[in-house]
Design a protein around this ligand. Structure first.
Ligand code: DOR
Ligand code: ZN
Length: 350
């Protein structure tokens, strides 16, 4: 823990966020928009957001649901399918879409329409390389025989490395990394002969290891995908996040589900962190004595990678413990945040 008690930084962006749709939007967006200037909005709706037209319509629904006067900007990505065509990629680029998201079919929430074999997407991936459109990757294999804790590491060998060799011009974001293998892969990746690569890291993967899911009983609000891993992996994620390496930046993967669908015999994956995202990251960086590295991770490296301007606004965090509510309204129901009913050691004060 450092002696810094007030931290003023360039306003951050969230490079990986779920805000769902319809009646849920106003309740969820106000939490994100109070901290972040921009966020990449995940396209795993039902049905998934697969075309530029759908993305623009979704963007309008988001803008209409923002708190009055908010300058928050949603950045749209499309859901890659086996059938995404090069023409769709071109249209997406022209419409201002910032990337495509690869969900291996069956990997996570609403991923049934995902890619069954990445080789089927070769023409679309070439079109993405040609126009500098990044591929955002949910990096887990989905074969039932692979242990759930090994799926990310196996993905690197079986899918990611061959994909980068086949498409050496493709820019890739390895989303929500959870293992030392992913951290070290991204850190060491050769970007001279192959495309640029970066990784996002969530607050829960910096703060918790897999024991959190089972402490005193099953704790569904700590269950997300990729699942929390052993302590050695958490430590490696903290190391790279706080190393000042521009390949690692903020993406909360805040993924709200109605309370009853998480506290359930077959509970959904996802941690809700939008309300307290920056305080949680501040706590994680503080614990590593690296508060001086938070600004670049949260506010510089993301826009630099996406070739967007850095924000001009500011955000101020104070070392001041606050209670985390038990739940928040989410449409007609409620959503339970990560660490509900406990505290977080930092508060946003401006
Ligand atoms: O935990 C997760 N929840 N991981 C994902 O990849 C998807 C997300 C969701 O949409 O709920
Ligand atoms: Zn996600």
């Amino acid at each position: 823990m450092s002696s810094i008690d007030i931290l003023e930084i360039c306003q951050p962006d969230d490079w990986h966020l779920h805000v769902r749709d319809g009646e849920f939007l106003p309740d969820l967006l106000k939490h994100t928009a109070s901290q972040f200037q921009r966020a990449i909005i995940m396209p795993n709706l039902k049905p998934p957001v697969t075309t530029a037209e759908m993305a623009m319509a979704y963007r309008q629904r988001i803008i209409s649901a923002l708190p009055k006067g908010s300058a928050f900007e949603p950045l749209m990505v499309l859901y890659l399918t086996d059938n995404t065509s090069p023409e769709q990629v071109k249209r997406a680029k022209e419409a201002g879409v910032v990337g495509f998201k690869l969900y291996p079919a069956g990997a996570t929430t609403n991923s049934d329409a995902g890619v069954t074999d990445i080789q089927k997407c070769a023409a679309a991936l070439d079109a993405m390389s040609d126009c500098g459109m990044p591929l955002l990757v949910h990096g887990e294999v989905t074969h039932a025989e692979i242990d759930v804790f090994d799926r990310e590491a196996v993905f690197i060998e079986q899918v990611l490395e061959p994909l980068r060799s086949r498409h050496p011009g493709l820019k890739i974001v390895f989303e929500h990394i959870t293992t030392k293998q992913a951290a070290q892969y991204v850190e060491a990746a050769d970007t001279k002969r192959m495309g640029a690569i970066a990784a996002t890291i969530t607050p829960q993967h910096l703060l918790f290891n897999r024991n959190a899911i089972f402490s005193g009983g099953v704790r569904p609000h700590y269950y997300c995908l990729p699942i929390l891993k052993r302590e050695e992996h958490r430590l490696e994620l903290v190391r790279v996040a706080t190393s000042g390496n521009s390949r690692f930046f903020l993406g909360t993967d805040s993924a709200p589900h109605l309370k009853g669908t998480k506290e359930n015999a077959c509970g959904c994956a996802g941690c809700y962190t939008a309300w307290h995202a920056m305080p949680l990251y501040a706590e994680a960086f503080d614990a590593a004595n690296a508060l001086d590295k938070l600004e670049a991770f949260a506010s510089h490296f993301g826009p630099d990678f996406y070739q967007l301007p850095r924000n001009t606004g500011r955000l101020t965090l104070k070392r001041q413990t606050q209670d985390i509510p038990e739940d928040f309204p989410m449409g007609a129901g409620t959503v339970v945040p990560l660490r509900a009913g406990e505290t977080v050691a930092w508060t946003i004060v401006g």
